[in-house]
Design a protein around this ligand. Structure first.
Ligand code: AVJ
Length: 338
């Protein structure tokens, strides 16, 4: 916490910052994924596409909702246990973050690590180059001991980003994957993603993973169906985005937001339900909806000890430590590469 004042030295800042661009995903992937999802039975869209500029702003608003406990629960863990977590990371570490975004929560860990070592290499990974540049700029001004190698790319197969851009080092690599983003993947895909990550790590390196825990539907469901309708707007923005970017003709207001806890699968499901029979044109093809037909837009898996252990094992990790918030809603886990 006893950081010297910000160093407004542009030359120094430039030396401490590099931005790598991984091979761009083809610009056609949104169009292709939408077509694949809306011509499937049942219809689906990928949650990955929620996050255009408006969607990211709506997600930030969700994080402020009293019903959406997820962000606050993890923040509580990071604020109250940062010293302990940094100690568990060990004496000489470097940090990778998958989906770093604004890196707001990461600051608690950076603070605690820089109280233990004089300098830190940080490798934030995000699909949004703009947010990588602005968050890196802010971090470098606030932490003179920090060097940032930002990687612009899709973190869903992390090894392909880490192999070229994470140089060999004597420091222990700690990979942060915060916020329960892992929850969007079904158990098989989540295990495969961790195994892919593991392949880019050395024995003893670690993953620091945020996971939302299973709990009563009376707490879970309002978090994904809030009375202000912010989550409904976030969900419907997918259709608005198809209209904006792919020339779609969705009548947004005729699709209702639905969210419920599927207890058997241990996941929140979000859907958009067509309130009437209708046809929508997108980019030259037509999609027909029956009255009451749904588009499955998101799964948000919730974990318990058994599913967390299965996840770690599938990825080739051992759970070494587990921290939880005072309500027991959320867990951050230190998983060590076998
Ligand atoms: C960003 C995937 C963690 O599942 O809680 C929030 C996304 N969707 N409200 C979650 C989300 C609706 C969020 N994650």
């Amino acid at each position: 916490m006893d950081q010297p004042l910000a160093v407004p030295a542009p030359v120094l800042t430039r030396e401490r910052f590099v931005l790598h661009r991984a091979a761009e995903a083809p610009a056609t992937s949104f169009a292709a994924d939408v077509r694949r999802g809306l011509t499937a039975t049942p219809k689906f869209l990928l949650p990955h596409y929620f996050y255009d500029a408006l969607g990211s702003a709506l997600f930030s608003a969700i994080c402020e909702l009293p019903e959406y406990y997820v962000t606050r629960a993890e923040e509580e863990i990071l604020v109250s246990r940062a010293t302990e977590i940094a100690a568990a990371f060990g004496p000489r570490v470097r940090l990778v973050e998958l989906g770093s975004g604004s890196a707001r929560k990461t600051r608690h860990l950076i603070d605690a690590i820089l109280n233990r070592q004089p300098a830190l290499d940080f490798f934030p990974i995000d699909v949004d180059a703009g947010i990588l540049e602005s968050s890196s700029h802010d971090l470098l001004n606030d932490y003179p001991g920090l060097s940032v190698s930002a990687i612009c790319g899709d973190f869903r197969s992390p090894a392909s980003l880490l192999h070229p851009f994470l140089p060999p080092s004597d420091s222990r690599t700690i990979v942060l994957f915060l916020g329960s983003s892992i929850g969007n993947l079904d158990p098989a895909a989540a295990g495969a993603m961790l195994a892919n990550l593991r392949s880019a790590l050395n024995h003893g390196d670690a993953l620091f993973l945020g996971a939302d825990l299973r709990k009563s539907p009376s707490i879970l469901e309002p978090a994904y169906d809030d009375p202000l309708g912010v989550t409904a707007a976030f969900n419907r923005n997918l259709l608005a985005r198809i209209n904006r970017e792919l020339g779609g003709t969705f009548d947004i207001a005729s699709f209702s937001h639905r969210a419920w806890y599927n207890e058997a699968e241990g996941r929140i499901e979000m859907h958009l339900v067509s309130e009437k029979a209708q046809r929508v044109l997108i980019d030259g093809y037509e999609v027909a909806f029956e009255e009451g037909e749904s588009i499955h837009t998101e799964n948000s898996y919730k974990y318990d000890d058994a599913s967390l252990h299965a996840l770690a094992a599938a990825g080739g990790f051992d759970i070494e430590r587990r921290w939880s918030d005072s309500n027991g809603y959320f867990a951050d886990l230190l998983m060590v590469a076998r």
